[in-house]
Design a binder for this molecule. Structure first.
Ligand code: ATP
Length: 488
């Protein structure tokens, strides 16, 4: 899919105009790559979270959820490899002082070539980059950048520093005692939620009497000092992850990896998104902890990009925590082995599914955002509608009296009172009915109900459907049922 920057910019504006997403601390000109969710954004985000949480914990009997703290003992991040390895190769332009992630600089250059029709050359450059990154060949990467005369977008020059590693973890101080050695007080903001699960593996296994295979799920904030952070909520410095670590018997990782790949794709498609919008992308360079890994990519307006990672993490994390903490991270397996005796102790292997909540939000908005031309040559007309999955829509039902008089508001408010216990409703009596419908379209409300004079006679209302804009009369008592049918 070609980049559709115009659509991307329109989505960003729409999110702001309709109370979905605001730049953080906007009155102070914002904070780069940090965003706040507004009144409708926070509802939509919560609905995505609930949908994931339910599918993971409630619908999988062998998965339980936890909520671990953001701050963790600093040794956690030594054991996990983040202190030594959680870094990206960067390069600075000496004239503009602008810093680039090497892969992003090269990918950007390849995209420019593609746009100019030089497809073969773009492909060759990307293949060369993959090889050099896989071999951690920093001199080679610099040479690739220089040989192809890649330029800085700000200075327009090719005057580059060497390629260096840059750690992405944020750190802060913990406690109030002054220490001679500042490193003693240094603590990290977690760059992933997974480690909160690993350090609690035995707590949960023992108190929940969990039997392998089983999973632990968690939703929470993560922080990364991203260098290139200019793609709205696609790449943020503070974001949320929905992760699940699935603990399995060593040797069964291939089978479970395939299982979770299929299971997670099923989840995405269950939201009614077309299959063609998704693809798997296998990792060329595996992270320090993985023996297999892939991304689920979605066709965003900015191109196919990762929304979720599925990683076969081996026993890397538990084994390292065992080594650093000197506490056993073993599981005793009662199942009988081929010799008829219990299999006994082992450190479980892990399959991880890790999805960015904010990226999933962007995916849902991108997939739903539709500009429709409804006009005729004589009478131009258009609307922007968010065709959100009903389950996820912030407001399910708009309730409107046709006019502000003749007792219609009272009837509409009564409907609101009856329905609001079951799902989120929105009441409004201002402006022409057409305008009210359009405002509901813009925030993705799937149903509207209008009370008019006929309601007083036969207890029916007009229900108006967001996507088709069709209207029909239904009995007031049927209203809740119609909406609920689509939510559950
Ligand atoms: P990328 O290659 O895009 O930096 P990653 O491979 O480092 O992502 P993981 O460490 O696998 O990402 O994290 C799992 C998920 O967390 C990602 O699939 C993504 O949805 C989300 N995520 C990671 N970094 C960010 C970020 N800076 N902003 C928003 N979401 C993020």
């Amino acid at each position: 899919m070609a980049n559709d920057n115009k659509k991307f910019q329109a989505i960003i504006s729409h999110c702001k105009e309709y109370g979905f997403i605001f730049p953080s601390s906007e009155i102070y000109d914002g904070l780069s790559a940090v965003y706040d969710y507004g009144q409708y954004g926070s509802e939509l985000k919560k609905n995505i979270k609930d949908y994931w949480w339910k599918s993971m914990t409630q619908l999988h009997e062998n998965i339980v959820g936890i909520d671990a703290a953001i701050f963790m003992h600093p040794t956690t991040w030594k054991a996990s490899g983040h202190v030594d390895n959680f870094s990206d190769p960067m390069i600075d332009n000496k004239d503009s002082k602008k810093r680039y992630r090497v892969d992003h600089l090269i990918e950007g250059f390849a995209e420019e070539l593609e746009a100019k029709g030089e497809l073969e050359r773009a492909k060759e450059i990307l293949a060369a980059m993959d090889k050099l990154i896989a071999a951690s060949d920093f001199d080679g990467l610099k040479k690739l950048i220089e040989d192809n005369k890649m330029k800085c977008a700000v200075s327009g020059t090719s005057n580059w520093t060497d390629v260096r590693q840059f750690n992405l973890m944020f750190s802060t101080e913990f406690g109030s005692t002054a220490s001679a050695d500042e490193e003693d007080n240094k603590i990290y903001l977690r760059p992933e939620t997974a480690q909160g699960i690993f350090v609690n593996f035995l707590n949960v296994q023992k108190t929940g009497r969990m039997k392998i295979p089983f999973g632990i799920a968690q939703i929470g904030k993560a922080f990364r000092n991203e260098i290139v952070a200019r793609q709205f909520i696609f790449r943020m410095r503070e974001f949320e992850q929905m992760e699940m670590q699935f603990f399995i018997k060593p040797g069964s990782q291939k089978e479970w990896y395939e299982f979770w790949k299929a299971e997670r794709m099923k989840w995405h498609l269950s939201l009614g998104i077309e299959k063609e919008k998704y693809r798997f992308h296998d990792h060329v360079k595996l992270a320090h902890y993985a023996d297999a890994a892939c991304d689920i990519e979605y066709d965003f307006p900015i191109g196919f990009k990762e929304v979720e990672g599925i990683h076969s993490r081996t026993d890397f994390d538990l084994r390292n925590h065992q080594e650093y903490s000197k506490k056993k991270m073993q599981y005793f397996d009662n199942d009988l082995g081929p010799d008829g005796k219990p299999i006994g102790n082992y450190i479980p292997y892990v399959i991880e599914t890790s999805i960015g909540l904010d990226r999933m939000f962007l995916l849902i908005i991108s997939n739903s955002y539709t500009e429709e031309d409804l006009g005729t040559p004589e009478k131009p007309d258009s609307r922007v509608v968010l065709k959100l999955p009903v389950k996820l829509a912030p407001i399910k039902l708009g309730i409107f009296p046709l006019t502000k008089k003749d007792g219609l508001p009272e009837i509409a408010k009564q409907i609101m009172d009856n329905a609001k216990n079951s799902f989120r409703c929105f009441y409004e009596e201002k402006d022409a009915i057409g305008k009210r419908y359009r405002r509901m379209d813009a925030i993705g409300t799937p149903f509207c109900a209008t009370v008019d004079h006929q309601t007083k006679e036969d207890n029916t209302v007009t229900i108006r459907y967001r996507d088709s804009m069709l209207q029909e009369r239904v009995d007031v008592h049927k209203l809740i049922e119609i909406v609920e049918k689509q939510i559950f």
